[in-house]
Every structure is written in C-alpha cells, then in structure tokens.
Design a protein around this ligand. Structure first.
Ligand code: HEC
Length: 417
C-alpha cells in the first residue's frame, strides 16, 4: 500500500501518528483501529459545597437552563423556574378551546430570544414571562428531544419526534430534515457549533454534517460497540459506548480521539451534560465521583449522588437533584473578575486595535457586554483576532485556551462591570 492510499483512511492515519508504518499495519491487520488515545491529566479537587436545599416534595426528573441561564426544574407534571434565587411554578395558560393540561414534560431547552421551549405529551410549549403557552409549531407527534444551539451553523432549535428530525433555524423556518432511517426514532442528539451532529437511536449512532440546510451522513471510520450516550459542549461532540469514551475535536486539527480515563471502572460515565459556554462536560463515574472534563483536563471531585444530569448556569453555579431536593453550589474559583480590572486590559492586548475605532467599541462595558458570548465563540473558532488586512490569523497566531480562559470565567461570573 503506498503512502497516499494509506492516508485516505482515518484509522490508518492514526496508526501513522503512533509511528507504525503503513506497511507493517497491513501485515498485522486491525489490532488497534480506533482513533488516537489521549490521557488528559486528572486534577483532584475537594467536594463541591452545595446549598441551599430546596425541597420540591416531588421527585425532580430533569434540570435545564432558560435563555438567560436561569435554572428550569421539571418534576414531570410541573415546571419550575428560578428567578432572583427563588424557584416558582410556571403554570400553563390555555385558551378555553385548548387542552387545559400539557401531560408529562418530556424535554426543555432555551428559547433563543428569552425563556424556554418545553416539550410535553400534548405538544410543544413556550415559557415566556412567567407562563407556558402552546406553540404554533405543528409537528408529527410528541417531541422526545429538544436541543437549542445559540451560535454557529447549527444555531436554532432541534426537535426529534418519533418519526423525524426538525430544525427551527434562526430565520424562523421549521424544516423537516428528511434523512430516512437515520432521522427516525432518535433517542438523543448532540450538535457542535460548527455544523456537526450526533444522532443516537437506541444503541446506534450516526455522525452527520449540516451543509446548506441538509444533513449528510459520515461514516465514523472506526468500529464502535453499543452507544450509551451522546452530548455536545461548544465545539466538542462526545460519544460514549459501554467501554469507550470519544471526543470530536477541531484543535489542532479535526479528528476523533479516545479519552483514556485513569480507571476503566469509571466507564460508562453517567448523567453526561454539556456546558455550552465552557465547552466542557460534566458527568458522574460509576463509583459516584463528579467529573468536569474536556480534552485538556479532567477535574475530579468526590461523590455526589445524582439521578439527573447536573447543570451549570451562566454564573458558574452547579445544580444537582437528589430525589425531591435541589442543591446548588459554585464552580468558579479565584478572585472575582471585573471588566475594568481584567477584561478591558485583555481586549486592549488582543482586540482593540480594530474594535475601538470601527463598529462596536469594545473598550466600553455597555457595548462589549452583549457581544461577549459571540466574542468567546469567535476566539475559540480561530475567527478572531484577525491579522494583517483583517485576514484570519495563521494557526500559530491564534489564541490558545489559556489565553482566553479569563473571558470565559468573566462570562460565567455574570459579566461584572
Ligand atoms: C485586525 C483586526 C481585528 C482584530 C485584531 C480583531 N477583530 Fe474582531 N472583527 C474584525 C472585523 C473586520 C470584523 C467584522 C467582519 C466579520 O464579522 O467577519 C470583526 C467582527 C467581530 C465580532 C462581531 C461583532 C462586530 O462587532 O462586528 C466580534 C464579536 C469580534 N470581532 C471579536 C473580536 C475579539 C474578541 C477580538 C480579540 C480577541 C477581535 N475581534 C480582534 C477585525 C478584527
């Protein structure tokens, strides 16, 4: 096999990367055909201090965030929303001719311009200004999964029903994405902010790309066993089987990697949830420890009994549910960041050469604040800063995660002036 033919296959590329030549690999076929392994260092941290305890006197079934990063809690029959530290029931407002109950709550997701989407047995609802109302979107059957993506080509609302996958894109058009078998019976879905998605159907998965409003199937290129979970966080997709954990990354190049955990007994991780802002995942090991991880690092904290995925809100507060009890704590550490003290100087170094004279002035708190999430997204994408003549900078001139960590932390801490 010559070098070119060899490079055409993803797994052989991996083998090359491990320093084994193509020739040798063809003689001992397919002993290790998965993607390259990475072993992010594990940092042990003390248990999170969680408080206050709110008892809803009914088992909590799901936690999610609204568009403002405030917590939503579902007990199946009731929806609660956090506002100014208080959890309150959000009732259904229905016209007399409409059904007066929504049935069991199946899924929740942020609504792009404020509030949240709520899928229930009777249909799809929106939560806005303290009430739930029936949405006018017409779908074939109850929505099983909802996913809101704020930025990038997959931005909008993704809805999986028993018979298909639908996308309410940012131009407010509801598209049924006809993909035959692939879009039917979806049990979980994940989308990154660059247009790639994972569709899980039971123990199977499809990896698809969104291009010009259509989804295209990609072969994964490596064999996988029974899929147990898919998730997304920012630009990273996660795929887990009974025995393996894979991440799809773009930096330094686009590829799948296998995350090697220090103990295989941690797998399969449970209750995986993606923190879209930080681009990290939260999960619990089989032994009960709480992990916060990405391809660079795994932070491990001692046991937390969870039965629904934990969520981390826009202020860096983590919420978890245990039975009917809701607990919260903070994951931010270090001195609090402010725009004046920390962010303006950072913008000065990297961005103000262009962003003070033309367009929005980033040196002013009021103008930068609403653009901050877009700014983080562009920096992570390598789209900003720009280099000579406003062209995209070469890879080596782009900012590394350690250079923009400060922007993420400031966002999580609530964008203080
Ligand atoms: C060499 C010039 C240059 C530098 C340096 C630069 N940008 Fe930009 N930026 C641009 C241009 C040109 C646009 C508009 C074109 C576009 O959106 O592609 C833009 C657009 C943006 C936007 C969209 C909102 C808007 O005001 O148009 C954001 C957000 C942004 N930049 C963030 C950043 C951040 C954060 C940095 C620093 C880490 C940075 N930029 C550094 C040239 C630059």
């Amino acid at each position: 096999m010559d070098g070119v033919a060899c490079k055409r296959q993803g797994w052989l590329l991996t083998v090359l990367f491990l320093g084994i030549s193509c020739g040798q690999e063809t003689q001992q076929p397919q002993t290790n055909t998965g993607p390259a392994q990475i072993e992010p260092p594990v940092q042990e941290e003390p248990a999170l201090q969680l408080s206050p305890n709110i008892d809803l006197s009914q088992a909590i079934e799901d936690l999610a965030l609204d568009a403002q990063g405030e917590l939503l809690v579902s007990t199946g029959s009731q929806l609660y929303q956090m506002a100014a530290g208080q959890l309150s029931v959000r009732p259904l407002y229905a016209e007399p001719q409409e059904p007066q109950t929504m049935g069991k709550i199946l899924a929740m997701s942020p609504l792009a311009d404020g509030g949240a989407w709520v899928a229930a047995e009777e249909g799809l609802y929106t939560l806005q200004s303290l009430y739930l109302t029936a949405s006018s979107l017409k779908l074939d059957g109850p929505v099983r999964k909802l996913l809101t993506i704020k930025l990038g080509p997959t931005a909008g609302l993704w809805l999986a029903t028993d018979s298909g996958l639908h996308w309410l894109s940012q131009d407010n058009q509801l598209k049924a994405l006809a993909m035959g078998k692939l879009s039917q019976g979806i049990t979980a879905l994940a989308a990154d902010q660059r247009g790639q998605m994972l569709l899980q159907r039971g123990s199977e998965v499809s990896w698809v790309k969104l291009e010009s409003g259509k989804l295209f199937d990609h072969p994964l290129g490596f064999p996988i066993g029974e899929v147990t979970a898919v998730a997304s966080a920012g630009q990273t997709l996660l795929l887990q089987t009974q025995t393996h954990l894979y991440l799809h990354l773009y930096e330094p190049s686009e590829r799948w990697v296998e995350v090697k955990l220090p103990q295989s007994t941690w797998l399969p991780l449970r209750y995986i949830s993606g923190d879209q802002l930080a681009g990290r995942f939260w999960a619990q090991t089989l032994g009960g420890d709480l992990l916060e991880f990405d391809a660079q690092q795994i932070i491990k904290r001692p046991g937390l009994n969870l039965h629904v995925p934990p969520v981390v809100d826009g202020l860096g507060r983590i919420y978890k549910a245990g039975g009917s009890i809701l607990l919260s704590g903070s994951v931010s550490s270090g001195p609090e960041l402010s725009f004046e003290k920390d962010i303006r100087p950072w913008l000065q170094t990297h961005c103000l050469a262009c962003h003070s004279s033309q367009g929005a002035d980033f040196s002013a708190y009021e103008t930068f604040r609403p653009l901050a999430e877009d700014a983080l997204h562009r920096v992570k994408n390598g789209d900003m800063p720009r280099c000579e003549g406003s062209a995209r900078c070469a890879d080596e001139q782009q900012l590394k995660p350690e250079n923009y960590q400060i922007l993420l932390r400031w966002l999580r801490e609530g964008r203080k002036p």
